[in-house]
Design a protein around this ligand. Structure first.
Ligand SMILES: [Zn+2]
Length: 766
């Protein structure tokens, strides 16, 4: 006596054998046991026909239940002499079932077509792309190789490669340059552009939608691949703390909450570790495939994040990684992520080695080691850019530069905001040189000729650190003086270093209680400009300064003239900021002025309610100025924009501005591939920061030795294709108000303007 026992898997209760494929359905509880179970056929038969996976699955599950017997239905008792009869019955039954199953499957409704999709299960049929590549607006980032008819017959349809098509919900919002950007990045991270390199730098200028492009890339990789399965399982976005929430919101906005994201920025260490371990230890189809984390938190929890592989890492504000020595860089380098994308609007400051660090981060080894890079590229390029370089040195520099550019361009994409001109109104940029007031000039000269300054210059030369006044402190004092004497009044009173003899220059009744705009050239022009804008337009204006003390002056000015204003500085919480900004941008707001400290001015602020912006003082870092300007001239702006940069004529401010241009020149040679950036400034020029150029309308213009201007008249216009991204020598040069594009500025020329450089973002479309 023996028993044939058919084991019943625990989970899949019903299985149909159809055209060679198993389709397994699970039944509702009420259906269980009602339908005849095909698994009731003897075990060995089932095994013959099951797929390999299914056998394993089935074995695994039946292992635990092998002692369970279900006698009333499944056990067939056999007597010794009944074996033959029984074998016959079994084989007849088998025959019948096989016959049934060998019939082609037919759908009973004529004309009905299968969707090809089964819930929760991928059909092992021919592969298909997730989205239709033939849709009119489809963005195809990968196309399988073309096959001849003959090859097509030979290829197994289950192994055929498919198109990768960006999700239509994204395709339909991407602008042409963004489509190009997504495709570029896809090709980089799939190793198509450089063999064995899977990283790239997205260096588009601000306002071009880097975030949206990256979200499109992320979503495509998480959902698709040429083999009809996702290329990555999960991804990490690393961003500055202030942008973590922003990423979270942007992903939900563009992807309609279709994907779960985990955003972590600070919190209890143990909690974060738990969350991160859960993220790192899920595989396959992850419920939460995206982690957004701040740089600081990443560094603190790197030990967890280094444990496992991650499909893609995306670093926002990637210029934080410009130093390959720092901890953040090292901890990100340790991540097991083959595909790396670095986002940065400002990939290079003043140092090619920084640039190396960024490229090295995404594609390790592409530019050699740091030492190799320095020897081969940095040293010769810098030597050639010095105004004192020989012709031979320049030629070598040129060669190395184009060499470098051609390697790097395979994994770097950068478009300038000039592209935005198609969507944005005209922007005028005006660099306004303004004479200091009489008192300012005297205090300035007194300061730079003081013994303290002379001493500290000498000490700087001998690189002794005993000086009472550092060069940096002296620079700050001069910059403040350029804004208004009120800012250094305390120092004068204290007879601080450099101001020992300054008190006698002040008028006897000098007081900082009531603001006197007349004591500062720049403030006089600003006062006049604001009045003119207020009375001739309904525009709003953003005022930016490096110093909160200057913002205090602006507040006094607003009270004096009864202007409504709002002020944002570093101390405001992110939530409060958003509220203040929204309110300012709304049409119903009565605020005329938005004050911004350039330190707080950072990312994400959208001030399109204003279409004019004054940068009251220059910053050493051109990126900060660029960021400030991008607050108003950005998507959604409807009015023509005017961006004014104020500089005190002949002073340290002009020299800082010139140095900015120098940094920018280096940036644009590598990053923008402009071959002929004029080398206007020698390194020696930059050493004379403390000299006041008294007899000039613009020190910057004087240094150009401009051939287009004769006797204070611009006789020849700049190149036709130039715009405000061009070198200043290719801007319009105004020695008088006549041709200024801005009427309010024309009206305040007499308040002390000595010279204006101006240009527009693009040709006005008529
Ligand atoms: Zn000129």
């Amino acid at each position: 006596m023996y028993y044939v026992v058919a084991h019943q898997p625990l989970f899949f209760e019903n299985a149909d054998w159809l055209s060679g494929y198993w389709i397994i359905r699970s039944l509702a509880p009420s259906q269980r046991g009602k339908r005849p179970l095909l698994l009731d056929v003897p075990h060995d038969i089932v095994e013959l026909t099951q797929s390999e996976n299914y056998i394993q699955e089935s074995k695994r599950r039946t292992k635990n239940v092998k002692d369970i017997q279900i006698p009333e239905r499944k056990v067939v008792p056999l007597s010794d002499n009944g074996i033959c009869t029984m074998q016959k019955i079994v084989s007849e039954h088998e025959e019948r079932v096989r016959k049934l199953l060998s019939k082609p499957f037919q759908i009973p409704i004529p004309g009905y077509q299968l969707s090809g999709r089964v819930l929760g299960l991928r059909l092992p049929g021919p592969r298909r792309p997730l989205h239709d590549p033939d849709e009119p607006n489809a963005l195809i980032v990968y196309s399988p190789p073309e096959l001849s008819e003959h090859d097509r017959l030979k290829v197994d349809p289950c192994k055929q490669l498919v198109h990768v098509v960006v999700d239509p919900i994204l395709c339909n919002v991407l602008r042409p340059h963004q489509r190009e950007g997504v495709k570029f990045m896809y090709e980089c991270v799939t190793g198509k552009r450089i063999e064995n390199a899977y990283g790239c730098i997205m260096a588009d200028e601000m306002g071009l939608g880097k975030t949206l492009q990256c979200i499109s890339l992320l979503w495509t990789l998480l959902k698709q691949g040429p083999e009809a399965k996702p290329l990555i399982e999960k991804a990490i976005i690393v961003a500055p703390s202030s942008l973590v929430k922003n990423w979270y919101n942007e992903i939900n906005k563009w992807l309609n909450n279709m994907v779960n994201t985990l955003a972590i920025d600070g919190g209890k260490k143990a909690d974060i570790d738990t969350q991160l371990i859960r993220f790192m230890k899920t595989y396959g189809r992850c419920v939460t495939p995206i982690l957004i984390i701040s740089y600081e938190t990443f560094r603190l929890h790197a030990h967890v994040l280094h444990q496992d592989e991650v499909g893609l890492v995306l670093c926002d504000e990637g210029h934080r990684l410009k130093n390959s020595e720092n901890q953040t860089y090292q901890s990100l380098m340790g991540l097991k992520a083959k595909r790396r994308v670095l986002l940065s609007g400002t990939p290079i400051q003043n140092d090619l080695l920084e640039y190396f660090s960024l490229v090295h981060f995404v594609n390790q080894g592409l530019l050699g080691t740091a030492q190799e890079f320095r020897r081969k590229y940095e040293t010769p390029i810098l030597r050639g850019q010095d105004a004192a370089a020989t012709d031979a040195e320049r030629i070598v520099a040129q060669e190395r530069l184009s060499d470098l550019v051609s390697i790097v361009n395979k994994c770097l994409i950068r478009r300038t905001s000039a592209l935005l001109s198609k969507y944005l109104p005209l922007k005028h940029e005006l660099v306004v040189c303004i004479k200091m007031g009489e008192l300012q000039t005297q205090l300035y000269k007194n300061f730079i000729q003081s013994d303290s300054i002379k001493r500290s210059m000498e000490e700087n030369d001998n690189s002794k650190k005993t000086g009472s006044l550092s060069a940096l402190a002296a620079i700050t004092l001069l910059k403040k003086l350029c804004n208004h004497p009120d800012l250094i009044y305390d120092k004068i009173k204290e007879k601080a270093d450099g101001f020992e003899k300054a008190a006698s220059l002040l008028p006897p009744n000098y007081s900082t209680k009531e603001l006197m705009p007349e004591l500062s050239g720049k403030l006089m022009v600003l006062d006049c400009l604001l009045a003119s804008i207020k009375t001739t337009t309904n525009d709003k204006i953003v005022l930016v300064s490096n110093y909160t003390q200057t913002l205090d002056l602006f507040e006094k000015l607003c009270h004096k003239r009864s202007y409504n204003y709002v002020r944002l500085d570093g101390t405001m919480t992110i939530k409060k900021r958003a509220k203040v900004v929204d309110n300012f941008n709304s049409d119903s707001s009565n605020d005329f002025i938005f004050m911004l400290s350039s330190k707080a001015g950072g990312c994400g602020l959208n001030l399109i309610g204003a279409n004019r912006l004054v940068m009251f003082d220059p910053d050493w870092n051109p990126a900060n100025d660029d960021q400030a300007m991008a607050r108003v001239w950005r998507d959604g702006q409807k009015k023509p924009c005017f961006v004014y940069r104020f500089l005190s004529t002949g002073t340290i401010e002009e020299k800082i501005f010139q140095r900015q241009a120098h940094k920018k020149a280096l940036s644009s040679t590598v990053v923008d591939q402009e071959d002929d950036v004029a080398r206007h400034f020698t390194i020696n020029d930059l050493r004379d920061l403390f000299k006041l150029e008294e007899n000039t309308v613009s020190d910057t213009h004087a240094k150009f030795k401009c051939k287009r201007c004769i006797n204070g008249i611009e006789v020849k216009g700049p190149l036709e294709q130039s715009d405000c991204n061009s070198d200043l020598s290719d801007w319009r040069h105004s020695h008088n108000p006549r041709h200024l594009p801005d009427i309010p500025l024309r009206q305040c020329w007499a308040s002390g303007i000595s010279f204006v450089f101006h240009h527009r973002s693009h040709e006005q479309v008529k």
